[in-house]
Design a protein around this ligand. Structure first.
Ligand SMILES: [Zn+2]
Length: 126
C-alpha cells in the first residue's frame, strides 16, 4: 500500500482549510482508524476521506481512466482499492462514525459545494 496514496495533496489541504473555516477540529492521517481517514474527529465520531479519482475510481470521472498497458494488473489493483475503501467505510459506520467521501476533482473545482456538504453532514447533524 505504500506509495499508493499521495500524501498531503492540494485536495487534502483544501478540505482541511474548509473544515477549519467551519470551525471543525480534526486530526490528520488517522492510522488507528479503519482505512486511515485523511481527516477525522474521534470524539465527534466523523471521518472524511479525500479520494484521488484515479486510485479510488471516481465513477464517470475523466480522471479515473484505466491505463491501457498492463490492463489486468490495473483492474485488479483498482478492484482491491475499491473493496478496501468499502470495508473501511463499513467498519467506521458500524463504529458509529459519520463518513464523508470527498473526491479530489470535486473539491478542486467546486470547493463551495464541498463546503456546503461538509457543513450539512458534520456540523448541523451534531
Ligand atoms: Zn473525479
Amino acid at each position: 500500500m505504500a506509495g499508493i496514496r499521495q500524501k498531503d495533496t492540494s485536495a487534502e489541504r483544501l478540505v482541511r482549510k474548509i473544515l477549519s473555516s467551519l470551525g471543525l477540529s480534526f486530526r490528520v492521517r488517522n492510522r488507528d482508524l479503519p482505512g486511515s481517514p485523511d481527516v477525522a474527529n474521534r470524539s465527534r465520531a466523523w471521518a472524511v476521506f479525500v479520494h484521488g479519482c484515479f486510485w479510488h475510481r471516481h465513477a464517470a470521472c475523466p480522471r479515473s481512466s484505466t491505463p491501457k498497458r498492463n490492463r489486468a494488473f490495473w483492474e485488479e489493483k483498482f478492484r482491491q482499492n475499491v473493496a478496501r475503501d468499502r470495508r473501511a467505510q463499513a467498519a467506521l459506520r458500524k463504529a458509529g462514525y459519520r463518513v464523508v467521501i470527498v473526491w479530489e476533482c470535486e473539491v478542486l473545482r467546486k470547493p463551495e459545494r464541498v463546503a456546503t456538504r461538509l457543513e450539512r453532514r458534520l456540523l448541523k447533524a451534531t
